[in-house]
Design a protein around this ligand. Structure first.
Ligand SMILES: Cc1cc2nc3c(=O)[nH]c(=O)nc-3n(C[C@H](O)[C@H](O)[C@H](O)COP(=O)(O)OP(=O)(O)OC[C@H]3O[C@@H](n4cnc5c(N)ncnc54)[C@H](O)[C@@H]3O)c2cc1C
Length: 553
């Protein structure tokens, strides 16, 4: 081994969190940063592709059907049903001109999301077009027709009874006034029991449950910390954004991968380096302090390892897998066991349909809408609970201004939250795909004849490796190893939420902890910041009271 280079900080992983943290360190703290990424492209789970002829590209890497299939595991996804087969989709050039994601990537709060605030601070930008509208499709029985509803601003939810709607509004408005203290206190309480205790109307419960599943990407309320869900409700109340007026964004071409790419530009502009195709083999720790990392050397024939020195390392590998590079002996055995054995994957099953023409108008649904379909499976089908589904047409976002395809091209994304275990069971995955397709055919009369292709990509650990309710997320600074930090969608004791939004805040918190800065307050408005640390025995708010009316979805 030979020590070749020394950096102020090394970041393991070039996803949203890794490149976000590296950009802050390089630009705002003048640090010499090295980002090491095992994949041939940046982005991590934020992986998007652009079709070009009979190939696709991601971060400049050209791929045929085989390479595309092989790239998906970098985003924790795999290829399931494709129609026609993926080779035919590529050979026929059906993806030409289309931008698409390995996963779903609905970005919360569009230009008011954490990721956008971070981009603005770093002096970069990318267009994040918003949805506008909320559709709801009710389906009681397989083989039966569905009923479609468009939710009007301030209008009753027509699929509900008067009592159900009143109960829903009462609950949503009460939740929309939750404070960060409320959230912090309810981080250890499962959402299911908390919702049940509130004795709401069954229609309100069904709606709030699907809302929670789509916001937190948790398949089941029993697995969701209440505080994580309340954060979304509280923001909606504060920034007056909801699905009806628009609160979910996509990214213009080349897709959501543009976000980490923008962060990379900042790193490079401030003297940092990003090395692709460079898996870290081990974080080197001596006497309880980080001293650097070990990577495979350039001379692959002889497997010569190479050491790069730094006394600060940020690891963005998701919690369950961090010990692939961190020597276990430096950490408490029960902590390692909890992360490796108890953390579980919040999976998202994404189906992407290339269509010849718009489908929503055929069903009386506005084109830019986000559509909910709760309870697509029945409890007796062996899923952990009933499974809910959401769908949208990204090309119709921003009133059709989203640049994600050639003019006139349409794409419909299905997204369904399942657990990692369910997602690794082909029978369950295929059953949900079958039901989504049956639902679409029942809802949109021309679905089959207008379909050009579909690509399904189950992601067993898409939305991160979540903690069991009651367990803290690993913090952004290791209490056991000096110089070791963590960033990512599941790191930070004070973090709430997840996904791209969570990864962005975690990156900021990580850099603050390392450098003693307070970018959390400088960059993020109050509603995006972390929750306060609370005493274990703190009293809970009286959730019985009702707050003034706002629409909180
Ligand atoms: C199917 C799917 C759908 C999703 N839908 C949404 C959504 O709708 N909305 C939303 O907000 N989020 C969504 N997400 C989640 C979102 O993509 C992630 O939360 C976010 O990208 C996490 O970023 P991160 O930087 O924390 O982690 P990652 O992106 O996982 O970054 C970790 C990086 O570390 C690299 N790495 C791992 N091991 C090593 C090593 N040994 N050496 C060097 N590098 C290494 C990885 O390759 C990766 O690049 C979805 C994800 C998927 C997969």
């Amino acid at each position: 081994m030979s020590a070749l280079q020394k950096f102020d900080a090394i970041v393991i992983g070039a996803g949203v969190a890794g490149l976000g943290a590296a950009a802050l360190l390089a630009k705002d703290h003048g640090k010499k940063v090295l980002v090491l990424e095992r994949a041939p492209f940046v982005g991590g789970r934020t992986l998007s592709y652009v079709g070009k002829g009979n190939k696709v590209t991601a971060d400049g890497i050209e791929m045929d059907a085989r390479a595309f299939r092989k790239s998906l595991p970098y985003a924790h996804c795999y290829l399931a049903k494709c129609d026609p087969p993926i080779e035919v989709i590529f050979d026929k050039g059906l993806l030409d001109g289309r931008t698409f994601e390995a996963g779903g990537h609905g970005l919360f709060w569009g230009n008011k999301g954490r990721v956008d605030f971070l981009m603005k601070h770093l002096g970069v930008s990318h267009k994040l077009p918003l949805n506008r509208g909320l559709g709801f499709v009710k389906w009681t029985e397989e083989g039966q027709p569905t009923t479609q509803y468009q939710v009007g601003k301030g209008q009753p939810y027509k699929w509900m009874s008067d009592e159900g709607y009143a109960s829903t509004m009462e609950q949503l408005t009460s939740m929309a006034t939750s404070t960060f203290d409320d959230m912090a206190k309810l981080m250890r309480t499962p959402l299911q029991g908390w919702l049940e205790q509130r004795n709401m109307h069954p229609e309100a419960y069904a709606y709030i449950k699907v809302l929670a599943a789509s916001q937190t990407a948790q398949a089941e309320p029993a697995l969701t910390p209440t505080g994580d869900f309340l954060g979304y409700m509280s923001i909606a109340g504060q920034i007056r954004m909801n699905l009806v007026s628009g609160s979910v964004a996509t990214a213009d071409t080349p897709g959501c991968i543009a976000i980490p790419q923008q962060f990379e530009k900042v790193v490079l502009a401030h003297g940092g380096e990003v090395w692709r195709d460079t898996p870290v083999k081990e974080v080197l720790i001596e006497d309880g302090r980080v001293v650097g990392v070990r990577i495979k050397g350039e001379d692959n024939d002889y497997e010569v390892d190479r050491v790069i020195l730094a006394d600060k390392v940020i690891c963005t590998i998701p919690p369950k897998y961090m010990f692939k590079v961190l020597p276990r002996k430096w950490f408490p055995t029960d902590w390692v066991a909890t992360l490796e054995q108890k953390f579980w994957g919040a999976g998202l099953l994404t189906g992407w349909y290339g269509m010849k023409r718009a489908q929503f108008p055929d069903a009386g649904i506005d084109e830019g809408s986000f559509v909910y379909m709760p309870g697509i499976t029945k409890p007796e089908e062996g899923f952990i609970g009933v499974v809910d589904m959401v769908m949208c047409d990204f090309t119709a976002f921003a009133d059709g201004e989203a640049k994600r395809g050639k003019p006139g091209q349409r794409d419909y994304y299905f997204s369904t939250a399942l657990t990692d275990e369910e997602m690794r069971n082909p029978k369950k995955v295929n059953r949900v795909i079958e039901l989504c397709e049956a639902w679409a055919k029942r809802t949109f009369p021309n679905w089959e004849q207008d379909k050009e292709f579909c690509i399904w990509t189950p992601g067993p650990e898409a939305y991160g490796l979540w903690r069991p309710v009651g367990v803290d997320r690993p913090d952004v600074k290791s209490p056991w190893v000096e110089g070791l930090y963590f960033a990512g969608d599941q790191y930070g004791r004070r973090l709430w939420g997840g996904g791209v939004d969570g990864a962005s805040l975690s990156a900021v918190m990580c850099v603050d902890k390392m450098m003693g800065s307070n970018f959390e307050e400088q960059i993020m408005p109050a509603y995006h910041r972390g929750i306060p640390e609370i005493d274990e025995g703190a009293d809970l708010r009286d959730w019985g009271r009702t707050a003034p009316a706002t629409q909180g979805d």
